[in-house]
Design a protein around this ligand. Structure first.
Ligand code: SAH
Ligand code: SF4
Ligand code: F3S
Length: 463
């Protein structure tokens, strides 16, 4: 058997950073002679890239491994093999425990050790391997550069991790433990990767970080750049039309970044800025390090800089000690901000986090009720935001085929999905679109003009 015939299958859970990491692992495996498989049944190596953020997310891993174990045995009976790897945030949090609980797992690797994947894979043939140290070297310096063929097939939008880890230690959150301390990638490495993405046809890059606006990267001359400066440099790359970033923390929303929303046309008018709760008492218990009025003030400054900016957020209901009054403060904040989109969750106690040990845990039935009320309010806000775009002309980046033949889906500057009638050959174009109707989760529009080039960004301000 030649090495080039081996196949891998990567299944990704959790956040966008896991999606990005899975791509980088696929590139590392390509260098080892692995090709992607269509289905896990055909794979010699199956990797689960996991999420530990809430209990449900973490438990999925074990049910997935249970299913894979049957496939692994079937392949073995047929004279083949299937190695099973668990990587990502559950791998980091649970380490050895995974192999104890699920002996079919051959390989456990935490998020900071992916550059060692080929070597650990070889070692796992002699018995299960668990790697959850935080190495001193940066994995991205040692992973192969993204493969142009994979980038081209991925379409006109791409993620690019610029910052990883978190030093904030919100009392409910596992991320500082699973991803480690804040680290920013050097400016030159990011610009180089962005150039490669653009050369492969990417028109829109979303910069990723657990706390992306805490970015502090070293430039070639030794200077330290913040996120605003990095965005400005990226905006100068010819062919890169749109820039987004996520996830931001209100504490790190500095004046330069707010000004970037006014000054840099390629920076899209959409910001995911989680607040979690509208109650000062709960914000303090969560260790969010700001008050609700600070959040209102930031949003006011953002709207002064870019009046049409669309906001999105994350919310947790049922944090320990949350009273009806606290929850009402969250509802009030939601009504006053007017989100274009949002994610909301029931609080899930996570092992090892301070809030899990607090008394006053909120009963499940109360969490369910509050979540339903909050989601109804957020859905109304989203529907209102979408309806307000009807009759407007928006610049839409055509991304992929839609549900019906002859239909394509693109994104507005505000990250709304827009269905248009278009030829698949127009993938990657930015087209001026008249919005005809709006649903709760998407828009329908008619292309009025299309084309290439930066002048089309000007349309994004047209209403
Ligand atoms: N770095 C980002 C969030 C990462 S986790 C930030 O600071 O905003 C994504 C979202 O999951 C969080 O914003 C939060 O709303 C939710 N989340 C995190 N831990 C949670 C928990 N224990 N229970 C419920 N939701 C949680
Ligand atoms: Fe988690 Fe808070 Fe860090 Fe976000 S800022 S990753 S919620 S600890
Ligand atoms: Fe989940 Fe880890 Fe992302 S816990 S949300 S995959 S950083």
């Amino acid at each position: 058997m030649t090495a080039s015939r081996r196949k891998h299958f990567i299944k990704t859970f959790g956040c966008q950073m896991n999606v990005y990491d899975s791509g980088r692992m696929a590139d590392a495996l390509a260098a080892e002679g692995y090709e992607p498989a269509e289905r896990p049944e055909e794979a010699d190596l199956v990797i689960l890239n996991t999420c530990h953020i809430r209990e449900k997310a973490a438990e999925k891993v074990y049910s997935e491994v249970g299913r894979l174990r049957a496939l692994k045995e079937a392949r073995r009976r047929a004279g083949g093999e299937m190695l099973i790897g668990v990587v990502g945030c559950v791998a980091q949090a649970e380490g050895e425990e995974i192999v104890r609980r699920a002996p079919a797992v051959d390989l456990v690797i935490g998020p900071q050790s992916y550059h060692r994947l080929p070597e650990l894979l070889r070692a796992s043939r002699a018995g299960a391997v668990v790697e959850t140290e935080f190495p001193v070297e940066d994995k991205f310096d040692h992973l192969p550069a993204a493969a142009p063929a994979r980038l081209r097939s991925a379409g006109p939008t791409a993620f690019l991790t610029v910052q990883e880890g978190c030093d904030k230690f919100c009392t409910f959150c596992v991320v500082p433990y699973t991803r480690g301390a804040e680290v920013s990638r050097p400016v030159a490495a990011i610009l180089e990767e962005a150039r490669r993405l653009v050369a492969a046809g990417v028109r829109e890059i979303t910069l990723l970080g657990q706390n992306v606006n805490a970015y502090r990267g070293q430039a070639a001359d030794g200077a330290e750049w913040g996120l605003a400066r990095l965005i400005e440099a990226l905006a100068g790359l010819s062919g890169l039309e749109r820039i987004r970033y996520t996830t931001s923390h209100p504490r790190d929303m500095d004046a330069a970044l707010i000004a970037a929303h006014r000054d840099i046309p390629a920076l899209m008018p959409y910001l995911h800025l989680p607040v979690q709760s509208g109650s000062d008492r709960i914000l303090a218990l969560m260790n969010r390090k700001h008050r609700r009025d600070d959040y209102f003030a930031i949003v006011e400054r953002l709207r002064a800089a870019r009046p049409d900016i669309a906001l999105s957020g994350d919310f947790i209901v049922g944090f320990p000690g949350e009273s009806d009054r606290d929850f009402e403060d969250t509802m009030d904040l939601v009504r006053r901000i007017g989100y274009a989109q949002a994610y909301s969750f029931k609080y899930s106690p996570r092992p090892g986090t301070p809030a899990a040990g607090l008394e006053d845990q909120v009963p499940e039935a109360v969490k369910v009720e509050r979540l339903a009320a909050l989601q109804a309010e957020l859905d109304r806000g989203q529907a209102r935001f979408n309806a307000a775009t009807v009759g407007r002309r928006l610049a839409v980046l055509i991304e992929k085929p839609g549900r019906k033949p002859g239909q394509m889906i693109g994104r507005s500057p505000y990250l709304q999905s827009v269905f248009v009638e278009a030829d698949p050959g127009r993938r990657g174009e930015i087209v001026e679109t008249l919005i005809r109707s709006a649903g709760p989760n998407s828009l329908i529009g008619d292309i009025i003009a299309g084309g290439e080039g930066k002048e089309h960004r000007a349309m994004e301000a047209i209403s």
